[in-house]
Write a protein that binds this ligand. Structure first.
Ligand SMILES: [Zn+2]
Length: 593
């Protein structure tokens, strides 16, 4: 703009046939021309930089695409290898009853499942990349598998989608049917599958012949039959109910539909890729808190190809200001790491400023050393040391410690839900004296106790963390303990028993994502499965700056459909023999959905 403005001013002077006689005019012309040359040089330089940037960007895009393609190739080879191995072991299992072999197959299936999900995720990412660089779109689309028709034997339900206006929008004329377009989605109704046929009549105007048709219904994952309800059901099954996909496939097969493992992998991987921006928004909300709770728990993960497991770590960061009357919605953010090195909490918390309430794990020390984050301790931890001793061998010392801590908890209960300032004054008036006396008493006990005694250990633990343990007296936002984070981890720890392990490090990252979103939905009393269904229905059409509107406390879930009185398909009443026959037909009908 600026450049053209300047040229506009100069051009009339350049129209001189010969240089002007007047020395001042000549000077002005020279000055104007040299100014213009400077501007042009600037413009040229910035164009050069821009084209340089574009070149680098497109090279980076190409490199990223190459990298993704390479890991896709490796992934596919590993899938082939594992599939062969599982088939071989299953043949062996057929001849003999071996629990160990069956367990081994189960592990390998879980490993395979995570690779299939990798595959789906890589595919979605490649598609996103190719959408960014238009040149490669055509080649990418060719490589994406196309949908096969849904099997004939499933119940069909017709869903007609009409344009908003009942008459011609151009002239108001009467519309008549010219034909229709139809697409199908696979729906899961608890207990059975049904196919919804989305029919869009083409309507033509009698007066002006213009044609109208409702827009095509949205698909959560491009070129896939799976409805948002079905995808959400599978995700909640895997991540909240700890049902691996191969178990879910067995359940679905009993309901008359065989879904291939690669299809399930594409679905789950596609969903993960869709949820990425939402997780970023959730993280922003959690780390915007003035006070965070943090904790971690061990979790088993399969070591690739070895059939053995190793111990990895799941971290949780929880925001919940309800106990101090805070208005912000509660939320949790989980992260997975292959080990418990302190670099992990340091990375998670690198931009956080505020209070961190955690147990006394030394891995957080570097975080506090930065000065950005104030440490608040956990009285439940201090109490547990005395409680364990007391249960084993009660003494006057353990009894007194437990008695005082219990009195502190009584005071906390009386101020629960009140504003920080009220909590602080109650603590100053009542708890502070108890804590100071306890401090004095603990030092006295150490004088008389043997250094090696376990009771002395319990006391030293409390005294070593005294500053963190007493910070709650000065700040009404702080809790007396870290139960908020421990509660958040409990759902995962519960799963550990059924699930036993994660399939891979990538699988750990994905589990953390879903624990975060579904866990936050639960904390906000939002039904996780219905919430995820809603998100999957709208997220791909959602603008980047609107994604936060899909956080659990911002959504209004549509009213439940009246589907309870729907007739059940005959297949459910079929005898066992018929059902087996049906399963076999279903398998033939769709080797690969
Ligand atoms: Zn018309």
């Amino acid at each position: 703009m600026y450049l053209w403005g300047l040229i506009g001013k100069i051009t009339p002077m350049q129209a001189y046939a010969s240089p002007p006689e007047n020395i001042n005019e000549l000077k002005a012309l020279l000055a104007a021309q040299s100014a213009m040359l400077q501007v042009l040089a600037c413009e040229r330089d910035s164009l050069r930089t821009e084209s340089e940037l574009l070149r680098t960007e497109s090279a980076e895009l190409r490199a990223e695409t190459e990298l993704l393609k390479q890991s896709k190739q490796n992934n596919l080879e590993e899938i082939k290898r594992l599939t062969l191995l599982i088939a071989k072991l299953q043949r062996q299992l057929f001849g003999q009853k071996s629990e160990r072999l069956a367990a081994q197959i189960g592990q390998l299936q879980l490993e395979l499942e995570e690779l299939q999900i990798n595959e789906g995720e890589l595919q979605s990412r490649l598609q996103k990349l190719s959408a960014n660089s238009k040149r490669t779109v055509a080649s990418q689309e060719r490589s994406y598998p196309s949908r096969n028709p849904l099997p004939e034997h499933l119940v069909r339900e017709r869903n007609e989608i009409l344009p908003e206006s009942a008459s011609c929008t151009d002239c108001g004329g009467e519309l008549f049917r010219l034909g229709e377009d139809m697409s199908e989605t696979l729906q899961w109704v608890p207990g059975y599958f049904k196919v919804v046929q989305h029919v869009r009549p083409k309507l033509s105007c009698r007066a002006c012949q213009s044609i109208t048709q409702a827009p095509a219904p949205h698909r959560p994952i491009a070129r896939s039959h799976a409805s948002a309800e079905l995808l959400s059901h599978i995700m909640v099954g895997k991540y909240l109910d700890h049902l691996p996909l191969y178990r879910q496939r067995e359940i679905f097969a009993r309901q008359g539909l065989r879904i291939s493992d690669s299809t399930m992998g594409d679905w789950v991987g596609g969903v993960h890729s869709l949820l990425e921006p939402l997780l970023d928004e959730l993280k922003k909300h959690v780390f915007a808190a003035a006070k965070l709770h943090a904790d971690d728990t061990p979790i088993r993960v399969l070591a690739p190809g070895s059939g053995k497991t190793r111990i990895a770590r799941l971290w949780v960061y929880a925001r919940d200001d309800r106990p101090s009357g805070g208005p912000g919605p509660p939320a949790v953010w989980f992260r997975y790491s292959p080990d418990r090195k302190s670099i992990h909490p340091q990375t998670h918390l690198e931009n956080y400023e505020g209070i961190l309430q955690a147990d006394a794990y030394a891995g957080f020390n570097a975080v506090y050393a930065s000065g950005r984050i104030a440490e608040a301790g956990c009285w439940a931890h201090a109490r547990r040391k005395f409680y364990d001793l007391h249960a084993l061998n009660a003494s006057a010392v353990t009894e007194h410690a437990l008695h005082v801590i219990s009195a502190l908890y009584d005071i906390e209960r009386s101020v629960r839900g009140q504003q920080p300032e009220q909590r602080r004054s109650a603590r100053q008036a009542q708890s502070k004296r108890l804590v100071e006396e306890l401090h004095q008493w603990m030092h006295e006990q150490l004088q008389s106790l043997s250094k090696k005694s376990t009771t002395a250990d319990a006391i030293r633990y409390a005294l070593n963390h005294w500053k963190a343990l007493t910070r709650f007296l000065e700040d009404g936002r702080i809790e007396i303990d870290n139960n908020t984070a421990e509660r958040a981890l409990r759902s995962v720890a519960l799963g550990r028993k059924n699930y036993l392990f994660l399939g891979s490090d990538n699988g750990g990252d994905r589990a953390a994502t879903l624990y975060s979103l579904l866990g936050t939905a639960k904390l906000n009393d939002v039904n996780p499965e219905r919430y995820l269904t809603h998100v999957l229905n709208v997220i791909s059409d959602c603008k980047v700056n609107k994604v936060h509107e899909l956080l659990p406390w911002n959504v209004r879930l549509p009213a439940l459909a009246q589907s309870a009185c729907e007739p059940k398909p005959a297949a459910l009443e079929a005898t066992a023999e018929e059902a087996t026959a049906e399963e076999a037909t279903a398998e033939e009908a769709q080797a690969d959905l």
